[in-house]
Design a protein around this ligand. Structure first.
Ligand code: GTP
Length: 239
């Protein structure tokens, strides 16, 4: 029996991880198979007795910062709504695995979800409910990475699990530079000083200041999330 090394984790699920691939190679919307496979992995972690909180991005529907013609605050509000769509879809898929789920949103939308209340979120986790946080931080100009860092600090998560297209943190972009070197361990300070693009700087400094570990690994291998929870030496550990 494989043993988890963490008691409470915050998983950052990117919107892209849920998306359908369109014919022109782009990603958009929600693919039910992708959704099901993310939910299956979450079930495996949950079944190990780990408390699971989730922050989900919205990039499969909307990228606020890239809509440069639009007022940034308005664009970010649309992005927050995109995260709610993903949160509800993910909640449904996880419930289909037989796991109780609660969705809390940083912006109140009572008819759809509970509002975010930190103590209630912690209680949900203690009672064995997967808890999904929608709407990012509820503020424009902040990314869902920052929401993941903030919620991880608030709920006292042991680690942020960050699945990425690239299988860890490299000294330079491995897609453009074949000689890029992968770090197996690195500090938050290195991430910030070397501008390594693990997370945006607001999120990375929040993690550094509050000593939150970040485990970065490749999204393509579906076993990686479980390996990370079991403390296996995959990807890059930022601590
Ligand atoms: P405990 O108090 O620990 O038993 O938690 P609970 O979540 O089971 O109880 P609660 O009565 O708070 O919630 C029952 C159900 O209603 C859950 O599915 C909640 O997610 C949902 N719920 C609670 N508050 C709200 C809300 O403000 N809006 C919406 N849409 N659903 C809510």
């Amino acid at each position: 029996m494989i043993e988890p090394v963490y008691k409470r984790v915050l998983i950052k699920v990117s919107g892209e991880a849920l998306a359908c691939k369109t014919q022109d190679g782009k990603s958009f919307g929600i693919d039910s198979d992708m959704l099901g496979s993310v939910a299956e992995n979450i079930k495996k972690i949950y079944d190990m007795g780990v408390q699971v909180a989730i922050v989900v991005g919205g990039g499969n529907f909307w990228r606020g910062a890239q809509n440069s013609k639009m007022d940034r605050t308005r664009a970010d509000h649309i992005g927050m709504l995109a995260t709610v769509m993903n949160s509800l879809a993910l909640a449904d898929a996880i419930e289909q695995q037989g796991i109780p789920v609660r969705v809390q949103t940083a912006i109140e939308m009572r008819e759809i979800a509970e509002q975010y209340i930190r103590n209630k979120a912690v209680r949900h986790l203690e009672k064995g409910r997967v808890t999904i946080f929608g709407c990012g931080t509820g503020n424009p100009f902040f990314t869902t990475d920052t929401a993941a860092a903030l919620r991880a600090v608030e709920i006292g998560a042991d680690v942020i699990l960050l699945a990425k297209n690239v299988d860890g943190v490299y000294d330079k972009d491995p897609v453009l530079c074949p000689d890029a070197k992968k770090y197996s361990k690195i500090t938050h300070q290195d991430v910030l000083q070397k501008n390594l693009k693990v997370m945006d700087s607001t999120a990375a400094s929040l993690c550094r200041d509050n000593k939150i570990k970040i485990h970065v690994f490749g999204v393509k291998d579906s076993q990686n999330m479980i390996k990370a929870v079991c403390g296996e030496d995959i990807g890059t550990l930022v601590e």
